[in-house]
Design a protein around this ligand. Sequence first.
Ligand SMILES: [Zn+2]
Length: 478
Amino acid sequence: MLEQALQKHFGYTSFRTGQKEVIEQLLAGRDVIALLPTGMGKSMCYQLPAYLLDGPVLIVSPLLSLMQDQVDQLKQFGEKRVVALNSFLTAEQKRYALHFLHQYRFIFASPEMLMQPQVKERLRAIRLGLIVADEAHCISQWGFDFRPDYLRLGEIIPKHNKPPILALSATATQTVLQDIERYLHMQSPFYFLHSVNRPNIHLAKRFFQQKDDKINWILEHVQTTDGPGIIYTQSRSKTETLSMALLERGIAAAAYHAGKEAEDRQFIQQQFLVGKLEWIVATNAFGMGVHKGDIRQVIHEFMPANIANYMQEIGRAGRDGQPAVATLLYADGDEQFSQFIVTEDLPKMQHIEHYLANGDHPMRMLDAGEISETAFRVLHYWMQQESSEAVQKRLQQMEMDKYKAVHEMLQIVQATDCMRERLVNYFGQQLAEKTPNCCQNCGLVFEEILSAKQTVEEPEKILTWQERLQRILLSSLR
Ligand SMILES: [Zn+2]
């Protein structure tokens, strides 16, 4: 039955792991939380039900690029009744889309868009067939201290005739799963939890005394091993200097961070996808919604802020199932800078006082440049939810939680037992079996996993690359 529908609408003859179980439960009207690795057909869990349920499917998506990617995917299957409500729409387009909202089969939107009064009102008038939270860990990961509208998603969930709700993610701890259940108003959901272990990603780590030694190691390593790969680092300026240093050595590399123009980011991502760029040097702004199957390496020049980020970032490697290596670099004292970074954007105690002092016009502190936009958004949300004493306690707790998360990551770095087992346990799961070359602590022979670079780029090519990059830079200045 379901297989026939799958073939009819998508041309596939069989389901992949988890898809059928999830879809059956949704069709029976049950809420579902599905933990499936990215690249294993997570989207099919809502794509097929859209053809079998009455009413549009609403997909809450964290990023524009991710939304666009999924819209394109559906259009490739010949689906025209799909819309993404986002800031790219003109006022006229948005009016039109909202007016005909009930006629779409798929509606994509960010949490912020859903909280706009006219969107909320329009959604209330429609009977949705299914509500989906894609990358649902964002509720927990971003809701409390970055994008509070994630915590308000319950406001768009109807109290009567509630459609089934589906939460999709690749990585969620027990705490995150609880947050998802709570903030999506789920009622005894069905769980499908695939293992978070990715056996074909081999886990390497390297220790250094000086921070500069890490850069030298990367330059040497990238010149002698094959990509494509991603190098994650923590600052925008470092992505630029490192990518330039790689370019000078004949490696087709580019920097990617949120400070670049959208057009440039899109161009760089596209060049990476088609294989014209071998390496991307990025902040953690890069990766979500990037579907490149053959990424062979992910290098962390800097320790990620928490284990969830680390898992998501290394999870971008080896989606084609072929061997890939994730290398974590650590220099003495790196965690101190991590602690500074993770709490930098949180509202501070004095902000609460200023907020109260501004009375009915708290926005003034934003206009006066006393607080960052993110910090204000977070503070404003919590000040409306609870007393200033409670907010004060909450901010202290947030800071402590972030320090704790850095410390948990540091333990992964410093541990002398199996890294993989620790990571899997962190997500409340058990490791079924270990593969050869499991991790640095179990023993890792790099040469058995990745081939050494056979050829070095010709000098002409380097010039071409510099010219091309020059052109990108020039066009963005114009
Ligand atoms: Zn191991």
